[in-house]
Design a protein around this ligand. Structure first.
Ligand code: F6P
Length: 349
């Protein structure tokens, strides 16, 4: 995300705009943690994981009162253009904020907290979203910022684990993040020659233990000294029941008498130095977000910056949020082809 922040700051300054950091996400918008950003504030941040401006889950932003405070703060700094970097939850929150904005302005004018001229100047909030999520679970973009780096972390971990697995002829069950999205699991399974994969979008038939054992045993019979099984944290069976790493391990231990271990990668996947791909993607997206705001593209409706077939484009934010929510529904209805299509090209390929 820092590469996106850096690009937003530098492209804006280059084009003559004043840029502010909102520290700690929506919490900072409400509390007024807003500071002017300078060119050198973002030097040497490309190599840092996470976000230098901080983030925080913020319940008050879910209330009208909280959003009213945020509006007042923004006006006091003269801000009417906002870039939000986050997942579908943050971006939906941003859209509600934008929709409510004219109402807040009318209220402030009515209460004489702002004058007529200010109310006209700040009549609209121009909003552009950028998707930052390791899960790659947002419809409309081929890749979200952070997913490629997370994939690197997973593969580094698996490569390290293979040393022990090979020497001791063990099986490792690797649990990866992704919430309800199997992107990280699918790609890491392909890249480490995993023997089995569990993801939500491909719910297992109830006889999955038989299939799992067959695959693992066949590989061993052919001389393979180790097995890697990837379990996405959202994996389920066809009845919608969770398939956990513990369940997978028990099957391998009880049925095949395997020396099996679980590694839950957890937040290791969300940190560390960003990959080259992510740095470039986020820089391109950040720059595009500024163009959208300064060219007025986001005036009529909020936009989200997306990667489509290696081209950076913008789309209607709410159309993309809606189709992201559709994915969940399609999975519930067991319409997996539709779910995968909505997930986008990088997932399918
Ligand atoms: O959405 C990103 C993600 O890392 C998921 O993959 C994971 O399930 C979740 O966030 C973890 O959230 P938290 O850091 O709040 O535990």
């Amino acid at each position: 995300m820092n590469a996106a922040v850096r690009a937003i700051v530098r492209v804006s300054i280059q084009l003559g705009a004043t840029v502010y950091f909102v520290k700690e996400g929506y919490h900072g918008l409400i509390e007024g943690y807003i500071t002017k950003a300078n060119w050198y504030d973002v030097s040497f941040t490309l190599n840092l994981g996470g976000t230098i401006i901080g983030t925080k889950r913020c319940m008050p932003f879910m209330t009208k009162e909280g959003r009213m405070k945020a509006t007042k703060n923004m006006i006091s700094f003269g801000i009417s253009n906002l870039v939000v970097i986050g997942g579908d939850g943050s971006l939906t929150g941003a859209n509600i904020f934008r929709e409510e904005w004219p109402y807040h302005i009318t209220e402030l004018l009515k209460n004489k907290e702002i004058d007529e001229e200010t109310s006209k100047k700040f009549a609209h909030l121009n909003l552009v979203g950028i998707v930052g999520s390791i899960d790659n679970d947002f419809s409309g973009t081929d890749m979200t910022i952070g997913a490629d780096t997370a994939l690197h972390r997973i593969l580094e971990a698996i490569d390290s684990i293979v040393s022990t697995a090979f020497s001791h002829q063990r099986t490792f069950i690797m649990e990866v993040m992704g919430r309800n999205c199997g992107y990280l699991a699918v790609k890491s399974a392909l890249m480490c020659e995993a023997d089995y994969l569990f993801i939500r979008e491909w719910p297992q038939k109830l006889d999955w233990p038989d299939k799992l054992c067959k695959n693992v045993q066949t590989a061993r019979n052919r001389g393979k000294r180790l097995n890697i099984i990837i379990v996405s944290e959202g994996a389920v069976d066809l009845n919608g029941n969770a398939i956990t790493s513990e369940m997978v391990k028990n099957v391998l231990v009880t049925r095949l008498n395997q020396d099996a271990r679980i590694t839950v990668l957890g937040h290791v996947q969300r940190g560390g130095s960003p990959s080259a791909f992510d740095r470039i993607l986020a820089s391109r997206m950040g720059a595009h977000a500024v163009f959208c705001l300064l060219e007025g593209t986001a005036e009529t409706e909020p936009k989200v910056v997306c990667l489509n077939a290696n081209t950076i484009v913008h789309q209607s934010l709410m159309d993309c949020v809606k189709s992201t929510l559709e994915i969940g529904k399609a999975i519930e209805q067991k319409d997996f082809d539709r779910a995968l299509n909505l997930r986008g090209q990088s997932f399918i390929q």
